[in-house]
Design a binder for this molecule. Structure first.
Ligand code: FAD
Length: 106
């Protein structure tokens, strides 16, 4: 179901994997595409209460897409905001690339 932890976990996996494959020096087109993707994602994520909060977060902390590192850190911080809301442990964003790109196990 749309509010299940499975969907959340699968979705974070997709989003962080997209960040991991985002270029370190993206072209203006790539920056525009990832910005549009995140904006549409925040409207279409099927857990509506989650999506609503995520849109509010994106309105106050605008998505940063200047490089892989910038986007990866922004996404990590956005994920931490949800972690805090749910009473989960915060993730050390200094480790996001190791976790999602260079392959450290959970
Ligand atoms: P998840 O939070 O799904 O994380 C998966 C893995 O990512 C972790 O095991 C860890 O290895 C890694 N990780 C954890 N934190 C970070 C981070 N900050 N940066 C990088 N990697 C990290 N659920 C609700 O109940 N209410 C909500 O309002 C809600 N909003 C959501 C909004 C969005 C945009 C998304 C994608 C999901 C949302 N969820 C929400 C689902 C919730 O965030 C979790 O996905 C779900 O509770 C399952 O949690 P989990 O413990 O399996 O780990």
């Amino acid at each position: 179901p749309p509010d299940s932890p499975q969907l959340g976990r699968a979705t974070w996996t997709l989003l962080h994997s997209i960040a991991a494959s985002y270029p370190s020096s993206p072209t203006p087109t790539q920056q525009s595409e990832i910005t549009q993707f995140m904006s549409l994602f925040s409207k279409l994520y099927p857990c509506w209460v989650c999506a609503e909060d995520f849109q509010k977060y994106m309105a106050k902390d605008k998505v940063r897409v200047g490089s892989r590192d910038e986007f990866g850190k922004w996404l990590c911080e956005a994920h931490n905001e949800v972690n805090r809301k749910l009473g989960k442990k915060e993730f050390d964003c200094g480790l996001w690339e190791e976790r999602w790109r260079t392959g450290r196990k959970d």
